[in-house]
Design a protein around this ligand. Structure first.
Ligand code: GLP
Length: 231
């Protein structure tokens, strides 16, 4: 693991954007992996600031809430359409588990198969949930897990309900790439900024086992961790 230490979030998102640009530039035919959440908003803004123009044709989302249409204001499909595709002029396809061709058990298998046929993903962006989840692989997720439907942890619902109106409308289930799916990407970039991530990051670095989803990817061949928590 390569640890890139930064002073603060602003510097951090810029570093993540630069590493992403470098890693995705190699093979323009390879798809990329996109993440969502507040941290990634900064990363996509930084990519725009740096003048990044996507040259790849396909992008895979990490996860999606169950039961939200692609144009629902809280769906990750919509988030990526606005903050990645429209913001950066990406005209290719964003594949989202649980949306479009990827609905139902068969659809989730098709999503995994699409990663295998179009991939490997050159570079996968990742955040860290306050409870240590990676995508929506909550504590307890197996390292061998693939794309599937999952129940969200109470901590995840507590952290993300603020984005829903009303807050109680947040779904209790979601679809996520598994830890084995994520591990197939050639490079991983993990972003963890701010005090609210300190405990999750410490556990991610020190504890091994299913209760620490990050431990499944900790020994990945090309993992960059960008953080302001290790100064
Ligand atoms: C959501 C996503 C995760 C992401 C996490 C962190 O839960 N499903 O993939 O890592 O948010 O989000 P934030 O950057 O808002 O802290």
């Amino acid at each position: 693991m390569k640890i890139i230490k930064v002073e603060n979030r602003d510097q951090g998102v810029l570093e993540v954007a630069k590493v992403f640009m470098g890693k995705s530039a190699g093979d323009q035919d390879a798809p990329v992996g996109l993440a969502t959440g507040a941290t990634m908003l900064g990363v996509y803004e930084a990519l725009a600031t740096l003048g990044f123009k996507p040259g790849f044709h396909d992008a895979f989302a990490l996860d999606e809430y169950e039961g939200l249409s692609a144009d629902h204001p809280n769906s990750y499909a919509r988030y990526l359409d606005e903050h990645f595709a429209k913001a950066l002029g990406f005209a290719g396809q964003i594949h989202v588990p649980g949306q479009g061709d990827y609905v139902g058990t068969v659809g989730l298998e098709a999503f995994e198969a699409s990663i295998d046929s179009l991939g490997p993903i050159s570079v996968q962006l990742l955040g860290l949930g306050p409870n240590g989840h990676v995508a929506f692989n909550e504590p307890g997720s197996e390292p061998t897990s693939t794309t599937r439907r999952v129940e969200l942890a109470n901590e995840t619902i507590a952290a993300n309900r603020q984005y829903f109106d009303p807050p109680t409308s947040i779904p209790g289930f979601a679809f996520t790439q598994g830890l084995a799916t994520i591990s197939k990407a050639q490079s991983l970039i993990v972003a963890a900024f701010g005090e609210e991530k300190r405990e999750a990051l410490n556990q991610a670095l020190d504890v091994t086992g299913a209760e620490t989803p990050f431990s499944a990817i900790r020994n990945h061949q090309d993992l960059s961790l960008v953080t302001d928590l290790l100064n």
